[in-house]
Design a protein around this ligand. Structure first.
Ligand SMILES: Nc1ncnc2c1ncn2[C@@H]1O[C@H](COP(=O)(O)OP(=O)(O)OP(=O)(O)O)[C@@H](O)[C@H]1O
Ligand SMILES: [Mg+2]
Length: 491
């Protein structure tokens, strides 16, 4: 049940909120662990210090009080002991060898001790001892340090030689120093309070830093999320603008590249479908038209040769009709070629050789028109294709380039290898293609050449290249020129 609530709550949080919660919990745990362990170390250190101070005081009094004890001079003793009394000392008691108090001085806060237990210490054989007294709740109450007071045992009137005892040490009493631990705990509590507030401050600052850090890191992520939503809504032209150099920046740039590819693929797909549809339609229509055309041509032939004289005034008209029928027939042949391209038999074709044949075919015409031809053959390869179809591709491209150059200009034909494929590009310094036309140049019957063009060259070219597993791309700038790039897989 609780587990369910927690997981539902967790699932409802954003990544930013989760990061802030995890970061804050870790930070608080760290701060708490540090405060607690520091408090413990401080407590141990203070208590050890108290014990060492008590031992040192007891030793000092043990040494300095001998004379006062022997002479029973409490004034001297009092003066000596008073000087050692500090805030942490609860009482200093000097007992005689029998455990009877000779002298006692108390500090600000007296710890009441069990007299019998204290007397017991005076009977102890060890020269010094330390005992810690605890409250019922386990906290240290007091530290009791006892120190034996010894004096040199001197033979009385030794100087006059009446006694012969040996010199030695003799116990003359015990000093009991009671150190008050309460004061230490009060100080510790004080410092813990300060530490607690400091800890709270550190946690507040730490969490603020975490929140700012997470917000900053997540900002580009949020942009990415918005971008994915836009793309999901069909906006493939959207671009994520993130210029960070971290992993999110890389992700964003990969995302942008992915979008571009997706857009290109989609455009190609649309075009392929459009071309396939018009190709099919064209082939059907062509099939239907070719038969009546053949019949018409036959009858014109019969009329001209059998039913008319050679000088009949209608002869030129029939020549024109015959010519136009031929023109329709040519269009239809190109069309059916385009569609039948799918079934043509394939052979190994050496690209460079085929290209050279086309260049030779055009060389004279280009020279006549003052068009410079530049050849940059930097790679060749064999492709699986149909030689005539491939020739037709290059012919169409060079023909278009030539037709795009109004007066003089230049055509560059270049070949090269690109990632296992062969590239053939035809560049011209002609009129270029208007931006609004570029998406339609591969459409059948799209032409800007009026009656001079059928608008079939590129659609046929496109169909052939696609059938052979290749690609064709165009880059053009109106007024400057155009480049068509054909990529074919090699064998
Ligand atoms: N190199 C080029 N420079 C400028 N525009 C071009 C170029 N190649 C093609 N085009 C444009 O693309 C259109 C379609 O070309 P495509 O080759 O399909 O038909 P066409 O050349 O008009 O006629 P066809 O090739 O059937 O005789 C052209 O009319 C022209 O506007
Ligand atoms: Mg053309």
């Amino acid at each position: 049940m609780t587990e369910n609530i927690v997981s539902r709550f967790w699932a409802g949080l954003s990544l930013v909120q989760k990061s802030i919660i995890v970061g804050s919990v870790l930070f608080i745990a760290n701060a708490a662990a540090f405060t607690i362990s520091f408090g413990n170390i401080q407590e141990r250190y203070q208590i050890n210090f108290l014990e060492e101070a008590g031992t040192a005081i007891a030793k000092t009094i043990g040494e300095s009080s001998k004379f006062g004890i022997i002479t029973r001079n409490w004034d001297i003793l009092s003066a000596q002991v008073q000087g050692l009394l500090t805030g942490n000392i609860s009482s200093i008691t000097i007992l005689d060898v029998g455990g009877n108090p000779l002298f006692e001085i108390t500090g600000s806060e007296r710890v009441v001790l069990d007299d019998a237990a204290v007397r017991q210490k005076t009977l102890s054989e060890s020269p010094s001892s330390t005992e810690r007294l605890f409250d019922p709740n386990g906290s240290l109450h007091a530290i009791i340090v006892s120190q034996m007071i010894e004096s040199e045992k001197r033979p009385a009137r030794e100087e006059i030689g009446l006694f012969t005892e040996k010199a030695g040490k003799e116990r003359i009493g015990t000093v009991i120093v009671v150190m008050n631990a309460r004061q230490v705990y009060r100080e510790l509590a004080e410092s813990r309070k300060t530490f607690f507030y400091l800890g709270l401050l550190a946690i507040a600052v730490g969490i603020s830093i975490i929140v700012i850090f997470v917000e900053f890191t997540a900002r580009p992520l949020k942009k990415l999320v918005i971008a994915t939503q836009k793309v999901a809504d069909g906006d493939l032209g959207y671009k994520v603008e993130i210029d960070t150099k971290d992993e999110i920046g890389t992700l964003a740039s990969s995302f942008n590249t992915m979008l571009e590819r997706l857009k290109e693929t989609q455009e190609k797909l649309v075009m392929t479908e459009r071309l396939a549809a018009s190709g099919r339609l064209a082939a059907d229509v062509a099939h239907e038209i070719n038969n009546p055309l053949a019949i018409m041509k036959n009858y014109i032939y019969l009329m001209r040769k059998k039913r008319m004289k050679e000088d009949d005034p209608n002869q030129p008209t029939l020549t024109i009709i015959d010519g136009e029928i031929d023109r329709i027939s040519r269009i239809i042949t190109q069309f059916t070629d385009f569609y039948r391209g799918y079934q043509i038999p394939l052979e190994e074709v050496e690209i460079l050789g085929t290209l050279k044949e086309v260049i030779e075919f055009y060389r004279g015409k280009l020279k006549e028109r003052d068009i410079l031809l530049e050849e940059r053959m930097m790679g060749s390869g064999k492709v699986l294709a149909n030689r005539d179809k491939l020739k037709q591709v290059f012919l169409n491209l060079v023909k278009n380039a030539e037709e795009a150059i109004p007066e003089e200009g230049k055509i560059i034909i270049e070949t090269g290898r690109e990632g296992g494929r062969i590239r053939v590009s035809v560049t011209d310094t002609g009129t270029g293609i208007k931006a609004e036309d570029i998406g339609r140049i591969f459409d059948p019957f799209f032409t800007t050449k009026g009656v001079k063009g059928f608008g079939l060259g590129l659609s046929v070219t496109y169909g052939i290249i696609k059938n052979l597993g290749g690609d064709i791309e165009v880059a053009s700038e109106a007024g400057k020129g155009t480049t068509f790039k054909v990529m074919m897989p090699t064998i």
